[in-house]
Design a binder for this molecule. Structure first.
Ligand code: ADP
Length: 267
């Protein structure tokens, strides 16, 4: 079987500001070999949390971004024809299972349900990955842990995980942090002053209220950081906010106008 080396855990801790108790809960899940589901809006810190936990637990991290073309072969592996003939190549999930890595499937609802079914025997007492194509059944190495993320927002109404899949995970609820903490994150990640970080978070929270007026996706911590970085790089504050926060969120003139007004009123 061909194996590719997995990246070693990061040398220094990824910056992560905890919300409440999620670090201890994740450690327990890891020790007890329980699969984890992170629920929450885009850009609220789910991926950073997994990166931090992989570092803390000193496990390699394999990240797979899910999409609707993702096939079982993309996860498990496939036979490929090379100079020396046909050889089996492990997919990222199989590598993680063999090496005892944390395997993070980002936006798992984007994957088709028939693809996701391959995860089932990994999430119960069997901790096995059967590979139909080779007839091998791979037992998960001790540190292997499955983590999936999932945005239960508006656009997921049609796309949901099967109850039989959901019940295999311990779920963590994520949301945008309270203002003080979000400002600390924006200050750190955006390399801006505390007062500017606070002002950006205040703007973000005002914009989030436009959800009631039809804003489908509200500004994430990630967007606030992007604006902060532009400002730190010398872009005028309002221009940075319009480019990094307002425009990515909507094309609808009335909503864009309302958001731009809020930007003007904030700075
Ligand atoms: P998600 O995976 O939920 O879409 P990310 O983890 O990519 O979101 O978060 C977006 C960015 O926000 C991160 O790159 C990081 O800069 C920042 N961030 C969000 N929450 C935190 C946190 N609790 N601690 C540190 N950084 C955070």
């Amino acid at each position: 079987m061909r194996r590719a080396d997995l990246p070693a855990p990061a040398d220094s801790a990824p910056y992560y500001l905890p919300h409440a108790g999620e670090v201890a809960l994740f450690e327990q899940c890891h020790q007890r070999q329980l699969a984890v589901m992170l629920k929450g809006p885009t850009g609220c810190g789910k991926t950073r949390f997994v990166e931090y936990m992989a570092w803390r637990l000193q496990r390699p991290l394999v990240t797979i971004s899910c999409h609707d073309d993702l096939s079982t072969a993309d996860l498990v592996g496939r036979f490929l024809i090379g100079a020396a003939g046909t050889a089996w190549h492990d997919g990222p999930l199989t590598r993680a299972v063999r090496e005892g890595a944390i395997c993070y499937l980002d936006e798992v609802v984007e994957a088709r349900q028939d693809t996701v079914v391959v995860l089932h025997p990994l999430t119960d007492h069997r901790r096995m990955l059967p590979i139909d194509k080779t007839g091998e059944t791979v037992a998960a190495a001790a540190g292997f842990q499955l983590v999936v993320s999932y945005n239960p927002g508006y656009q997921r109404m049609q796309k949901d995980m099967k109850p039989s899949t959901r019940q295999r995970f311990v779920a963590f609820d994520f949301d945008f942090p309270p203002p003080e903490r979000e400002a600390a994150i924006v200050e750190h990640e955006g390399a801006v002053t505390a007062s500017l970080a606070h002002a950006l978070v205040t703007l973000g929270n005002r914009l989030r209220q436009l959800r009631d007026r039809g804003l489908a996706e509200v500004p994430s911590t990630r967007l606030l950081i992007a604006a902060a970085r532009l400002i730190a790089g010398g872009i005028a504050v309002q221009d940075a906010c319009n480019a990094a926060i307002v425009s990515p969120l909507s094309d609808e003139p009335a909503l864009v106008g309302a958001m731009r007004d809020l930007v003007k009123a904030s700075f």
